[in-house]
Design a protein around this ligand. Structure first.
Ligand SMILES: [Zn+2]
Length: 233
């Protein structure tokens, strides 16, 4: 049987995966999935990688909310990247050249490759005269999230803007919630699809039912009052 093809590096897939990472270990598992090995990388390498993904995330938000993208910063970041067109482990044929053979070098090459892919997408998107749209799934999920590093947490102010597009999150005052979240999946579509998958649509339907259930709301208010009394709110 032929060996399964390795997972492909794609900027939007990585951005969508990133949204689910709570810990540095989640990021490391992603690296292992792509490369087949446990990464030996420093915290600062990981932070740099995260920062680059967050930069792309900000630009995606700007595109969606019809705001200018930061071409100047993107241009500056691109100017330092050396491209290569050759077969390479865990990287597409067209990729940013790694500076060396360490895992940190590979992570950096992945980061830069993702940036180049995003720039290419952006170039097409800007020329497309709004023919296609960049959508974010309108699904919801419930999970008490805490992050082991600040760079892993999606920027809350931007998240709030995305959450404001979902009426139930406004009605139930969940714009800053740490346990109810909007699904992080982006996708490109000509027609306006609302959900990333059937499973996500179903999960959201169930959660909507729960959120509008009077018992759930009463319980939430009760917990809120308790927290206030104990000074935690
Ligand atoms: Zn979804």
């Amino acid at each position: 049987m032929p060996a399964a093809a390795p997972p492909k590096l794609d900027w939007m897939d990585v951005l969508n995966e990133q949204f689910e990472w709570n810990t540095t270990d989640d990021l490391k598992s992603w690296f292992t999935k792509l490369t087949g090995k446990q990464p030996d990388v420093s915290k600062s390498s990981i932070n740099e990688f995260q920062k680059c993904l967050n930069f792309i995330r900000d630009q995606v938000s700007a595109l969606h909310f019809d705001e200018p993208v930061d071409l100047k910063t993107l241009d500056k970041k691109l100017s330092g990247i050396e491209l290569s067109m050759a077969k390479a482990t865990a990287l597409p044929t067209l990729h940013a050249k790694a500076n060396g053979t360490s895992d940190a070098d590979l992570l950096k090459a992945m980061e830069e490759t993702i940036l180049v892919q995003f720039a290419s997408f952006l170039s097409d998107f800007l020329a497309d005269d709004n023919e296609s749209s960049l959508n974010r799934c309108e699904g919801l999920f419930k999970e008490q999230r805490s992050f082991d590093s600040e760079s892993l947490a999606p920027p809350m102010e931007t998240e709030k803007r995305w959450r404001k597009e979902i009426p139930i999150l406004i009605e139930c005052k969940l714009l800053s919630s740490t346990d109810i979240h909007r699904c992080g999946d982006f996708f490109i579509g000509k027609a306006k699809a609302r959900f990333c998958s059937e499973a996500c649509r179903f999960r959201t339907f169930q959660l909507n039912k729960q959120l509008t259930d009077p018992d759930y709301l009463a319980d939430k208010q009760r917990r809120y009052r308790q927290n206030q009394q104990s000074g935690k709110a």
